[in-house]
Design a protein around this ligand. Structure first.
Ligand code: AHR
Length: 661
């Protein structure tokens, strides 16, 4: 059909390309005095799941894999060594009900052994990253049967040479369990080191919770988190952190669901669970992937507080993963699950005289964690979900009317399952609906207007998991390339423009270990010592650091800019810094120069910041070797008058910050 405006634009385009010029004269009107909605402080957040070695082997800085011998094969990660090593000298025993949360331990039978006679080597999680000059903190539980023992501890480099050692005498030989620790320093760096223990002694000795941490954890907390990984999160200034997932909330079967109460309190009383990503993808098996819960709910709340993010825990709703067993708990047996949710609010916010508030205080945080929202169910669907959710909602709202409940819209952003959930949740007046989209870059480009027509009077939206799949979902060929990141940025203009209904958004998944991953793409990649942000990370960061407080219309021919000429835009007012913030995404290859016109402002003369994320190459990726290949650059630009031609390079995301006078 003939469309006059589009035809004129097409002619201009042809003319410009004929001249080799870059000018397309779109006039974008920013209505500076007409805010349409507030932007939630929680708008841009992070989604954390223990997938891709995100927690164990990643954020949780423990270097020893299978420290308490609870993996299915109890010596997974360990190798027995020594000249005097004989059958039965190193055994794993099970004390069963005597310590049901931590049943297994190592029994050593030594016969006058000294260095090199009898020992164990731990391989770490795809090796151990060891740093020259850094202090390492070793701890162990031991029980001696009459005779003292000595441990010789050795850090080994990639080739097995010793790069740090110490010895630890164990002398409480009273047949009781004791804790012992010692620190020592590495003399060299290793990217894939390991850790060896020689057992010197005579007779029987038992060992458990054999642990080794670097001392340079986040905030130097003993037994804490990898500082470089937390820093990436802190640098996003996220509005919230969603945890612990993701599918691990559901578990493949109910017995292996995530149970927060099993992740708090003493470390050795947090029963391990096999990580569902251990076996979920046959093409990326990880038989050594378990959840130690060293990073448990207390640590998640603490992390949220550290990085200034609202905590958003997601709890199991009484359903296991519907792609796996789809096990359900019967409605008659649902109460303990609901009680877990109620108790979690008490754990986070309760008075220190309450049962769960007291536990929080005993772990080191008497002040509340200010939990304001809780998710019930992850990617659950069907009437079974709604039936269970209703019971949770009634109970939570009765006891904690101010807690906002995040509800699942299932796995897909369209289709019968989605439609069913969307209408059922809206009938329930759901506070927040959690939509997920793992879709192609084109889908993201084509759906920047998705929320333009969503009702402003009903449930709020949480874009809880999204990422452009450059190949297809769950494909190992997916890339964190500029093509995907650019498409996500285009889509995110639609999220921000619709902040009146979209309250929160988070890319997923967050972390991936270069060798331990199951799922691509991911926001941040790590190896044992290094980490880098993807182009997708920098796109997220531009939106998060420059979000503003109120949405302002930015219009082309009186319409939101959502793909016309491959351009996407959103504008905001920051009432705190007194700035206009304009984001312009050019998903096309040609540089364009739209003119910004600031309606409602007398003059805008002065300087502005233009922060540009750009690559001419849609296939560009960041790597360990070139971590900043696609990363933001900043320029100062000068504005004269109340209209302003702004250069928007092909394939670029631009943030303009203009001081209001
Ligand atoms: O982010 C990876 C997985 O994708 C999450 O665990 C799940 O919620 C979704 O299907």
């Amino acid at each position: 059909m003939f469309h006059p405006t589009r035809s004129v634009q097409l002619l201009a385009l042809l003319f410009c390309s004929f001249l080799g010029s870059s000018a397309i004269a779109q006039k974008l009107v920013v209505k500076t005095k007409q805010p349409t909605a507030g932007i939630s402080p929680t708008m841009w957040g992070v989604f954390f799941e223990d997938i891709n070695f995100g927690a164990d082997g990643g954020l949780y800085a423990e270097l020893v894999k299978n420290r308490s011998f609870e993996f299915f094969k109890p010596l997974t990660g360990w190798k027995t060594v020594g000249k005097k090593l004989a059958e039965g000298d190193l055994l794993v025993l099970n004390r069963g009900e005597a310590d049901a949360a931590n049943p297994r331990f190592l029994r050593v039978q030594a016969r006058q052994t000294v260095k090199n006679d009898l020992g164990l080597v731990n391989e770490g999680f795809r090796g151990m990253g060891i740093k020259a000059g850094l202090r390492y903190d070793f701890s162990v539980q031991y029980r001696l049967d009459g005779q003292p023992f000595r441990l010789l501890l050795e850090l080994l480099d990639n080739a097995g040479a010793v790069i740090g050692n110490t010895s630890l005498p164990l002398d409480q030989a009273d047949g009781q369990w004791h804790n012992q620790q010692i620190s020592f320093t590495a003399s060299a760096t290793a990217t894939k080191g390991s850790f060896r223990i020689w057992f010197e002694g005579n007779g029987k000795a038992d060992f458990d919770m054999i642990s080794l941490f670097p001392s340079d954890t986040w905030k130097q907390r003993p037994g804490g988190l990898r500082a470089d990984m937390v820093q990436w999160l802190a640098d996003l200034k996220p509005g919230f952190i969603r945890f612990p997932g993701g599918c691990i909330v559901e578990g493949p079967v109910l017995a292996q669901r995530y149970q927060w109460k099993n992740t708090v309190g003493a470390l050795d009383q947090r029963p391990m669970v096999v990580n569902r990503w251990n076996f979920e993808f046959g093409h990326r098996p990880a038989p050594d992937y378990y959840q130690s819960f060293g990073l448990g709910f207390y640590e998640y709340f603490q992390l949220a507080e550290d990085i200034g993010a609202q905590p958003l825990p997601i709890l199991n709703c009484g359903m296991a993963c519907q792609y796996n067993s789809a096990e359900l708990v019967s409605m008659d047996d649902l109460q303990p699950y609901i009680q877990d949710a109620l108790d979690l609010v008490e754990f986070a916010n309760g008075d220190t005289t309450s049962q769960w508030g007291r536990l929080r205080a005993s772990m080191g945080h008497p002040a509340p964690f200010h939990l304001t929202m809780i998710g019930i169910g992850n990617e659950n669907w069907g009437p079974q979900y709604i039936e269970r959710l209703q019971r949770f909602t009634t109970a939570i709202k009765a006891q904690y009317p101010d807690i906002q409940i995040v509800n699942s819209a299932g796995t897909d952003p369209s289709g019968d399952r989605f439609q069913f959930l969307d209408s059922a949740l809206r009938k329930m007046n759901a506070d927040v609906i959690d939509e997920h989209y793992y879709r192609s870059p084109d889908w993201f480009l084509q759906n920047a207007s998705r929320y333009d027509t969503y009702s402003r009077n009903g449930s709020m939206i949480f874009a809880g998991e999204y990422a452009a799949q450059t190949d297809r979902i769950a494909s190992t060929e997916n890339r964190n390339n500029w093509r995907g990141a650019l498409a996500e940025a285009a889509f995110m203009t639609g999220l921000e423009r619709n902040a009146g209904v979209v309250r929160m958004a988070s890319y997923a998944p967050l972390f991936a270990h270069e060798e331990g991953w199951q799922w691509k793409p991911d926001l941040i990649w790590v190896n044992n010592l290094q980490s880098y942000g993807t182009p997708n990370y920098y796109a997220q960061q531009l939106f998060s650091l420059h979000k503003g407080t109120h949405v302002l219309p930015i219009l082309l021919d009186n319409q939101p800019l959502a793909g016309q000429d491959s351009l996407y835009a959103t504008a905001a007012l920051d009432s705190v810094s007194k700035e206009l913030i304009i984001k312009l995404v050019n998903a096309g290859s040609r540089t364009v120069t739209p003119t910004l016109s600031f309606e409602g402002m007398k003059k805008t003369i002065g300087q502005a910041r233009q922060i540009i994320l750009h690559s001419p190459d849609l296939a560009a990726e960041n790597t360990f070797a070139a971590p900043l290949k696609v990363s933001p650059k900043e320029e100062t630009v000068f504005i004269k008058g109340s209209t302003w031609p702004v250069k928007v390079e092909g394939y670029s995301v631009n943030v303009l910050r203009i001081k209001l006078r």
